[in-house]
Design a binder for this molecule. Structure first.
Ligand code: UD1
Length: 365
């Protein structure tokens, strides 16, 4: 039987999105194959997610690795085209907003292979973010778009995407969170005991925060101040670690109360997040995961493409502004922070809705 859909993953945030989709495709009889571009390749950034989330081994690994945006995107395109030639699928499914997403979508669209985008329509309206460019362009060349929140539909409408192409499916990343929450590794295990004063989980890797020396230094100084109140548990992204070393700021990561960890597995990170007093992050995924878990989140960005985490969830935007971050933390320590509620369709069933819609769409082609 021929392959109906080629699914693509490349970077860490893709893995938790594709896991429930592959499972739902198997359940609903959608014939799919999985391609890994190799954008992320460290075992801790990739393999561990396949093992913990039960994602099938990729049928193909393009092994492109790291490079500048242009070279990485070009290498993915060059390596991906022959895969489409061999497999001749009906459609390509991409998730999220990483370079692998736009690179493969562009190859498929030019070859007349239909493109399906999961997590479509999110907009930060900040074109300085590489992911924003990836989102806008991927949506423009997609035939079928699945959204995680209703604001995304309005964004797509404004950009001229026909409403009948857009389906509100809910959040597949939250499917994964719900499916694995009971197996999350307790923070007490990962940290060998939870600090008595509680702890903050920190993640930081956006170019806008770590590539500019003054911004990065100010953020680390702020985190050192946070560490006077709470332990700062910081699973550090390889690019952030490398940049701190390059700027001669490694000592700031080793100050009292700072607990540096290597990149964590999904189940370890889920446990750390669930049990945290607060999360400080510039990640898109963690803004949503903290909302789903009811844990206060301070987002170290000036904007978010996920406004529902502000309107309904536990998220607050501070940007890299020290006063705002510390004020927000003080409020959270005093009164527990925003309570929030679970957004519509963040119910663990999003991938099923996508698979059912796709089965019907494929049958009607
Ligand atoms: C990518 C995504 C970003 C996502 C993030 C999650 C794009 C534009 N960005 O950013 O949206 O939030 O993944 O992690 O696609 N590196 C390693 N090992 C790896 C992978 C990367 O050491 O397995 C290092 C390399 O030095 C590399 C750097 O991290 O140059 C950046 O990797 P890259 O994939 O280019 O972007 P991310 O910052 O990870």
């Amino acid at each position: 039987m021929n392959t109906e859909i080629i699914c693509v993953v490349g970077a860490r945030p893709n893995f938790m999105k594709i896991a429930p989709i592959m499972a739902a495709f198997a359940k609903h009889g959608v014939r799919a194959k999985l391609v890994h571009t190799g954008q992320h390749y460290d075992p801790a950034m990739s393999d561990s997610f396949f093992e913990q989330l039960g994602i099938p081994r990729p049928d193909v690994n393009l092994e492109v690795g790291s490079a500048t945006h242009a070279v990485q995107t070009a290498e993915i395109m060059r390596a991906f085209e022959p895969v489409l030639d061999v497999e001749q699928p009906v459609a390509l499914l991409v998730v999220g907003d990483v370079n692998s997403t736009i690179a493969c979508a562009l190859v498929a669209a030019k070859k007349g292979v239909k493109v399906i985008h999961v997590e479509a329509g999110l907009r930060s309206y900040d074109r300085a973010m590489p992911e924003e460019i990836n989102r806008v362009l991927t949506d423009q060349i997609s035939d079928l778009l699945f959204t995680t929140e209703r604001a995304a539909q309005a964004n797509l409408e404004r950009e001229g995407v026909a409403a009948e192409r857009v389906h509100f499916a809910g959040n597949v990343m939250i499917d994964t969170l719900r499916a694995h929450l009971a197996r999350a590794v307790p923070a007490s295990e990962t940290l060998a005991g939870v600090p008595t004063r509680g702890y903050a989980v920190v993640t930081l890797h956006r170019p806008s925060n770590v590539d500019d020396e003054a911004t990065f230094r100010s953020l680390l100084e702020t985190l050192n101040q946070v560490a006077e109140k709470l332990d700062v548990v910081f699973p550090i992204h390889p690019r952030t670690k490398a940049t701190a070393e390059r700027f001669g700021m490694a000592d700031m990561l080793a100050r009292p109360g700072m607990r540096l960890l290597p990149p964590q597995g999904y189940l370890e990170m889920l446990g750390l997040t669930r049990d945290a007093t607060v999360v400080l992050t510039d990640s898109g995924g963690l803004q949503e995961e903290t909302t789903a878990l009811g844990v206060p989140c301070i987002t170290l960005r000036d904007n978010t493409e996920r406004p529902i985490t502000i309107a309904e969830g536990t998220n607050t935007l501070t940007g890299p502004n020290r006063e705002k971050i510390l004020q927000c933390l003080t409020d959270i320590l005093a009164n527990g922070g925003k309570r929030g509620r679970i957004p519509e369709f963040w119910d663990g069933q999003a991938a099923d809705r996508i698979a059912l819609a796709l089965r019907a769409w494929l049958d009607a082609l």
